[in-house]
Design a binder for this molecule. Structure first.
Ligand code: NDP
Length: 468
């Protein structure tokens, strides 16, 4: 299937749909259907009716289906990557659109093949108790616009593997790539097992409140996460909430800056900074401060930025105007406060309306919104510190707790600091790297519940104890 036929399968006539712009050029990519709460009712009814037969197939048959889906994603990878690149803005090259589609296949395969046997929790000669994981029923999945395809897979694949059926609602900014992903999935699934609805926030709110869902998987902002908790109070749906982060990194004295420079750069700028678990505040010891600022600034000035379909570009535009405005406001505020702009600091208008130069801001500290708020864009505030204990305290002094990182030539020392950081994941000499076998989730206002690996499968299943 070519890009245009995959797109043709999910797009509707202009008079019946919502135009979705190319993030780089602002040309219309296609028209997304406008699904409503009535469509949600039909999708939930279909999902609930399909669920018992899907559950009855058993793990092996579902795993075979998911592996076939992963093959199909790989066969359509380039077409899907082109659509994703246009709609979301991320370039084809670098850790971007092709990388995301590759991850979609890898996470689908991992959900298929990760073993989850019943656990024997007691066997003392007189009694034997086993913990089994059985299907929950129907899962509602609500996704964001930053990694729309990969995150949809994180929600859909484990849910299907565990015998649930799924209704997924992508962000209204990036519906087409998720509809295209769902179209590939649906070729292998019984009718009703997976439905994708491209509605707005009101459809998301209706999912949270709907008594037909047994579980809600949500990735997005903390504010919307709180609404979902409130909305789901009536039906007691279980929740996995992957909310925003304001991840800190701490560069310890003695770090070999050159050897970590590339990891540091991509820890900040992956997906042009629009990543929940990317580096958003960098604390650097005073002995290395100027070296780190200069190293990051040099990389920010020289890393290719431009339209995603042009080969060689590895940084793209902001996905939408709202996010562009947030980034521009935070940088302008920092400038007004007297912070030093070591690289970037403004739009790259010659490339298109949503391009912003990769920006490194020095001589800044807490109290500036660029440090205290999640920027979710290609900007990093670099903050000076003199005592490690103080850096740890400041790193922990935000409401979020998604990821954190420690950078050091001494891994033992880094591990000691890692223990004291409040985050769901702490990386050493890297930031934001994920693996489908390794659990991922946040603490504090970054949400709760684990995704990936066996823990991720348990999160979309009902624990059931059998004692004999
Ligand atoms: P939102 O949290 O508003 O959107 C995420 C998803 O929730 C979208 O599908 C959205 O639908 C849906 N939604 C909106 N309102 C409701 C509701 N009341 N109930 C249920 N679902 C709802 O994120 P934004 O796109 O507005 O981004 C805002 C901020 O969130 C960013 O600036 C960034 O800081 C953070 N963010 C974090 C992400 C992460 O990966 N953790 C990803 C994206 C954003 P629709 O888009 O159709 O309104």
């Amino acid at each position: 299937m070519t890009s245009s036929t995959l797109l043709a399968a999910v797009t509707v006539a202009a008079d019946r749909g919502r135009p979705i712009p190319d993030a780089a050029t602002r040309e219309t990519v296609g028209h997304a259907p406008v699904h409503t709460v009535d469509d949600l009712e039909r999708a939930v009814a279909a999902a609930r009716s399909a669920q018992p037969a899907w559950a009855a197939l058993g793990h092996d048959a579902r795993a075979r289906t998911l592996n076939a889906i992963a093959d199909d994603i790989e066969e359509n990878a380039e077409e899907l990557a082109v659509l994703l690149s246009r709609e979301q803005g991320k370039p084809l090259d670098g850790p971007n659109a092709r990388f995301e589609v590759g991850a979609a296949a890898a996470w689908t395969r991992s959900a298929a093949n990760t073993p989850l046997d019943p656990q024997v929790v007691l066997d003392d000669g007189s009694a034997r108790s086993e913990l089994h994981y059985v299907p929950l029923g129907t899962v509602g999945a609500i996704g964001p616009w930053n990694w729309p395809v990969m995150i949809a897979v994180w929600q859909i694949a484990p849910s299907l593997r565990m015998g649930n059926t799924v209704v997924v609602k992508p962000s209204e900014y990036t519906p087409l790539s998720v509809l295209a992903l769902a179209e590939i999935y649906q070729r292998h699934l019984p009718q009703g097992t997976l439905t994708a609805l491209s509605g707005g926030g009101e459809v998301g709110a209706a999912i949270a409140e709907h008594p037909g869902f047994d579980k809600i998987m949500f990735t997005g902002s903390t504010e919307t996460g709180r609404r979902i908790v409130a909305g789901s109070a009536g039906n007691l749906a279980r929740l996995t909430l992957e909310l925003g982060g304001n991840d800190a990194g701490i560069v310890l004295p003695g770090t070999d800056v050159k050897s970590v420079a590339e990891q540091l750069f991509w820890g900040v700028f992956i997906n042009t900074g629009q990543t929940c678990a990317s580096l958003k505040r960098l604390y650097v010891h005073e002995s290395l401060y100027e070296e780190v600022v200069a190293t990051l600034a040099e990389a920010a000035k020289t890393t290719p930025l431009g339209p995603g379909l042009e080969p060689g570009n590895v940084l793209g535009p902001l996905q939408n105007q709202k996010q562009f405005d947030i980034v521009a406001r935070l940088v302008e505020d920092a400038r007004t406060r007297g912070a030093r702009i070591a690289a970037g600091g403004g739009p790259a208008e010659e490339l298109g309306p949503l391009f912003y130069r990769p920006t490194v801001v020095a001589d800044i500290s807490e109290g500036a919104p660029l440090v205290d708020e999640e920027q979710f864009g290609p900007v990093i505030p670099v903050i000076r510190y003199s005592s490690v204990a103080d850096a740890i305290r400041r790193a922990n002094a935000v409401e979020q707790g998604l990821g954190a990182s420690v950078w050091s030539a001494d891994v033992e020392e880094a591990l000691g600091v890692a223990e004291r950081l409040q985050a769901g994941t702490v990386w050493i000499n890297q930031h934001g790297t994920l693996n489908p076998e390794v659990p991922f989730g946040g603490v504090k206002a970054s949400g709760y519940g684990l995704e990936f690996g066996a823990e991720g499968l348990k999160a979309v299943a009902a624990p059931k104890v059998v004692t004999r």
